[in-house]
Write a protein that binds this ligand. Structure first.
Ligand code: B12
Ligand code: SF4
Ligand code: SF4
Length: 233
């Protein structure tokens, strides 16, 4: 069932799909839905991306329900169905937690899910289920290595430079108030609320050279060993 579910989602626009075992990490009314189907698409988080993620979540729901399992799709954005139980789940459930637990990547120094192939460029969705899907191996540590590019270039100095690990997941990686106020300033000045420099600059999955951004070139050690075929994860 796991392979055919993954195939179904990959054939319809998902870039990566992983299965997480979230036993012990969910509370209350959703504790019994302890498998997560974590879905990533290699696209900026805009309206088109959100509607693709919603379609993929619906597809996973249909697939699992047809086989007699319960499901709960977590919305990928905050604006849909405001005020409903489902829309509250958007902020109550963390898509990145499902993604690291499904082995799709680690949390980088920029606070984002970093996939070894696509970097921080994945937008995420999650479907919780009680289907006994065999989980993928979770990611235990980050592979940022010595790189500090996102920290050096963040316009609001929001990135602390701390490193994530599954054993100690909640260290302060990003000063959220600094990031939020930078985004608010951008909205006020150029009408664009999103910054995303910590996505663009990350060497994992980056197609451009860093000089395309007018910045100094630098790569993390882990990235260098990946390019020479050295990293297994
Ligand atoms: C609130 C929010 C924001 C807030 C606060 C960000 C934040 N880090 O909390 C603000 C407005 C600042 C923001 C900004 C951005 N956001 Co935002 N945001 C969210 C939202 C709604 C909730 C995040 C959340 O729960 N935070 C609570 C804190 C406690 O968790 P956290 O630090 O984010 O994550 C921790 C856990 O995941 C934990 N963890 C990881 N693995 C595991 C495993 C286990 C077992 C456990 C226990 C914990 C654990 O480690 C993380 C680091 O401490 C999510 C959508 C969602 N529902 O998941 C999108 C989301 C995180 N945002 C996203 C994006 C793209 C952005 C921006 C790039 C937008 C932009 N272009 O400007 C910036 C990036 C800023 C940054 N560097 O983090 C994407 C990230 C995709 C990715 N590849 O990681 C998400 C997932 C939306 C989506 N559907 O794709 N965001
Ligand atoms: S979105 Fe911009 S301000 Fe926020 S952490 Fe990333 S680079 Fe810094
Ligand atoms: S830019 Fe460097 S330090 Fe920042 S998340 Fe990417 S690899 Fe990690």
């Amino acid at each position: 069932m796991k392979t055919s579910l993954k195939r179904e989602l990959l054939d319809h626009g998902a870039t990566v799909v992983g299965i997480a075992d979230l036993r012990g990490f969910l509370g209350g009314e959703i504790a019994h839905l302890d498998r997560a189907v974590s879905i990533g698409v290699d696209r900026r988080l805009n309206e088109d991306t959100l509607s693709l993620l919603v379609k993929l979540e619906k597809r996973a729901v249909r697939f699992l329900k047809a086989r007699g399992h319960r499901t709960l799709a977590i919305p990928p954005d905050s604006d849909r169905k405001k005020g409903t139980f489902i829309s509250q789940l958007y902020s109550l459930f963390n898509h990145k937690m499902a993604a690291t637990s499904a082995g799709l990547g680690w949390i980088g120094k920029n606070g984002l899910l970093i996939n070894i192939e696509h970097g921080p460029r994945l937008s995420l969705g999650t479907v919780l289920t009680d289907a006994p899907l065999r989980p993928d191996l979770p990611m235990e540590h980050g592979l940022c290595g010595a790189c500090i590019l996102c920290r050096e270039h963040c316009p609001s100095q929001a990135i602390t430079g701390a490193e994530w690990s599954r054993a100690l997941p909640f260290v302060e990686l990003v000063k959220l108030s600094a990031c939020r106020s930078h985004k608010a300033t951008k909205r006020a000045t150029d009408g664009k609320p999103n910054c995303g420099l910590c996505i663009n600059i990350c060497p994992y999955g980056r197609k451009e050279t860093i000089s395309d951004f007018g910045l100094r070139n630098e790569k993390p050690k882990a990235y260098l060993s990946l390019s020479s075929g050295g990293i297994a994860c």
